[in-house]
Write a protein that binds this ligand. Structure first.
Ligand SMILES: C[S@@+](CC[C@H](N)C(=O)[O-])C[C@H]1O[C@@H](n2cnc3c(N)ncnc32)[C@H](O)[C@@H]1O
Length: 325
């Protein structure tokens, strides 16, 4: 039997956008294995929370190259759609996936070209973990979910902290003092992973919980198979049967929980430290380049004072004359 996954491994220049790079995985085989296994783990997580039902309408929001979608595509009797802001990923997907899967490029901000109450399940792998415009998108995904429909999203929480900018410089994870904290604010998806958005469970329950019923929160739910303490958090949230109209500001405004102020102040302090760290990194980089240039000049000096350099001088003048003609 022909595998329904045949032809659904993207080229390296698209795989790299989810961190599957030749630097980390030197052979194509290793890259494909990781892509395959990570996508399958993501799919199994989503399916563990929301099992298959015939006729389910599903949206992969921020589908990239369909790392998880390709597994959903093996299930019968689903209506699948996927969207992403990165056109080359969607173009590649259109040329590689079953045309029955509806794929399109969406805009960086809502709305999506979807009717109200369209989907039974929307999942987002590594999207809200990079989305600073989280509130407009939570509301937009709520709009297009059917009442009772589920949003399953991965998030950066404590399991990802140590890999990030502050965690890797020794700042410990602080559940109460994180709330919503952004690293690499302003970074673009076009040339990197975008910003890194960290959240605490209490913050998600408080802020996302104003729009959706939070059914589950797993702090390291999308764990790396080799270390269950690392990996993204994930949330399963449902659209209430009756929704009240809300604006992004309604979702963002701080509550009276004292952790809000603690987290906001800590976030501000860490943002300053991030700028300092980046500036320090830049000056270290500049110092490194200066040292490299000095070393090259020294090595050139050694070559120019060598016997062989003196002996080959006539050859070099000849080459110069030939080039000049
Ligand atoms: C880290 S990648 C994950 C891709 C895919 N979900 C996966 O797990 O392989 C994040 C994706 O989110 C997409 N993205 C970011 N903002 C978006 C938005 N507003 N709408 C749709 N996609 C978005 C990016 O272009 C990128 O493909």
């Amino acid at each position: 039997m022909v595998s329904p996954l045949r032809g659904t491994m993207p080229p390296d220049d698209l795989m790299i956008r989810i961190g599957v790079s030749p630097e980390s995985f030197p052979t194509r085989e290793a890259r494909e294995d990781f892509y395959n296994d990570a996508g399958r783990a993501l799919y199994e997580c989503v399916r563990g929370a929301v099992p298959h039902e015939d006729g389910q309408a599903i949206l992969d929001f921020g589908c990239g190259t369909g790392r998880a979608l390709r597994w959903f595509a093996t299930e019968p009797d689903l209506r699948i759609a996927g969207c992403d802001i990165f056109a080359p990923s969607i173009e590649w997907m259109k040329s590689s996936f079953d045309p029955a899967i509806r794929l399109y490029v969406d805009d960086a901000m809502p709305p999506l070209p979807e009717a109200d109450d369209s989907f039974d399940l929307i999942y987002c792998g590594s999207v809200f973990s990079h989305l600073t415009a989280w509130a407009p998108w939570v509301l937009e995904l709520r709009r297009v979910l059917k009442p009772g429909g589920a949003l399953v999203a991965s998030l950066h929480g404590r399991g990802f902290w140590n890999i990030g900018l502050h965690g890797s410089r020794g700042v410990p994870w602080d559940e109460d003092g994180t709330g919503l904290l952004v690293e690499y604010y302003g970074a673009k998806f076009e040339d990197s992973w975008g910003p890194a958005v960290y959240v605490s469970e209490w913050w998600v329950r408080e802020h996302w919980g104003r729009a959706l019923d939070i059914e589950r929160f797993e702090p390291t739910g999308f764990a790396q198979p080799d270390n269950l303490e690392t990996g993204q958090a994930w949330v399963v949230a449902r659209k209430p049967r009756d929704t009240t109209p809300l604006t992004p500001a309604d979702l963002e405004s701080p509550s009276t929980d004292p952790r809000e102020a603690v987290a906001a102040l800590r976030g501000q302090r860490l943002a300053y430290e991030e700028v300092e760290t980046l500036l320090l990194g830049q000056s270290e980089h500049a110092r490194g380049l200066e040292a490299q240039a000095a070393d090259l000049a020294r090595r050139l000096g050694v070559v120019e004072s060598s016997k062989s350099w003196a002996l080959t001088k006539p050859l070099r003048s000849l080459a110069q004359q030939v080039r000049a003609r």
